[in-house]
Design a protein around this ligand. Structure first.
Ligand code: ADP
Ligand code: MG
Length: 246
């Protein structure tokens, strides 16, 4: 058995005035496609920040690739697309390709040159997110959904083992949400890309994922998608405080 890529054991987190997360334990294995669902303020973004090392747990332990979080150095193994990062307007002076290549900067360090094959890699990841024809376009001319795909390509060019996405479909219209999730499912299936997705679109995403975690300060459910499907609608709605399933 290979080690889990990410493992949380009894993790809690407290902001100054808010107890955001309580006793969270779960694992993510290579090839998993985990959806984390939960109402607003339930601690989803905080949980991702802990995994990314942007905040430290108040209690408990996080292991990344088998290492304690504070001994883990290869941060580029974890790609991250933050909530509301699709913020370029039409005046932003960069092409799609340039934005994607900027994803290599963190990996290479400030003074290293972008490698010669960067354009080829940019082309590959743009193809993977379905934007192969838009490399030379100005990023500001793209729709919100397309920009979100560019950010995913920007994360993918650094070849992360785990791709973490925080509510990537906010602001994308319903029709395009389907094809957005199809694109993620293809990455997961064809490239064995491990994905952690924070989302509200439980129904839309559910036949593409392998695992579900329901979060509301603590984990109310974590398991295979098939198991999740057996939970009653009432239980899910109670967790959210409103109806989330059809
Ligand atoms: P979600 O992403 O599920 O909407 P968050 O993780 O952003 O939830 O927030 C969880 C809780 O922590 C909320 O009560 C929120 O108000 C609080 N919180 C989030 N960020 C901060 C912060 N920087 N300082 C203090 N409290 C915060
Ligand atoms: Mg959030």
């Amino acid at each position: 058995m290979s080690k889990p890529l990410i493992e949380l054991k009894n993790v809690s987190f407290q902001y100054e005035n808010t107890h955001a997360l309580n006793n969270i334990s779960f694992k993510v294995d290579e090839g998993d496609f985990l959806a984390i669902i939960g109402p607003n303020g339930s601690g989803k973004s905080t949980l991702l920040k802990l995994i990314l090392g942007l905040e430290k747990p108040t209690a408990g332990e996080i292991k990344l690739f088998g290492l304690a979080s504070n001994q883990f150095r290869d941060r580029e193994l974890i790609g991250y697309v933050s909530q509301k990062s699709n913020a370029f307007n039409s005046a932003f002076p960069a092409t799609v390709e340039e934005v994607v290549k900027s994803g290599l900067v963190k990996k290479l360090g400030f003074f290293k040159q972008i490698p010669k094959d960067a354009s080829k890699k940019a082309e590959e990841v743009l193809k993977a997110v379905g934007l192969e024809n838009l490399a030379k376009r100005n990023i500001g001319q793209l729709s919100g959904g397309q920009q979100q795909r560019v950010f995913i390509a920007r994360a993918l060019i650094a070849e992360p083992k785990v791709l973490i996405l925080d509510e990537p479909t906010v602001g994308i219209d319903h029709e395009n949400v389907q094809s957005f999730y199809d694109m993620l499912a293809r990455l997961n299936r064809e490239q064995n890309q491990t994905i952690i997705l924070v989302t509200h679109d439980v129904d839309t995403v559910s036949n593409r994922i392998s695992h579900v975690a329901c979060l509301n300060q603590t984990i109310h459910f974590h398991g295979y998608k098939e198991e999740f499907d057996t939970i009653s609608q009432d239980q899910i709605d109670a967790l959210y405080g409103h109806a989330v399933r059809k």
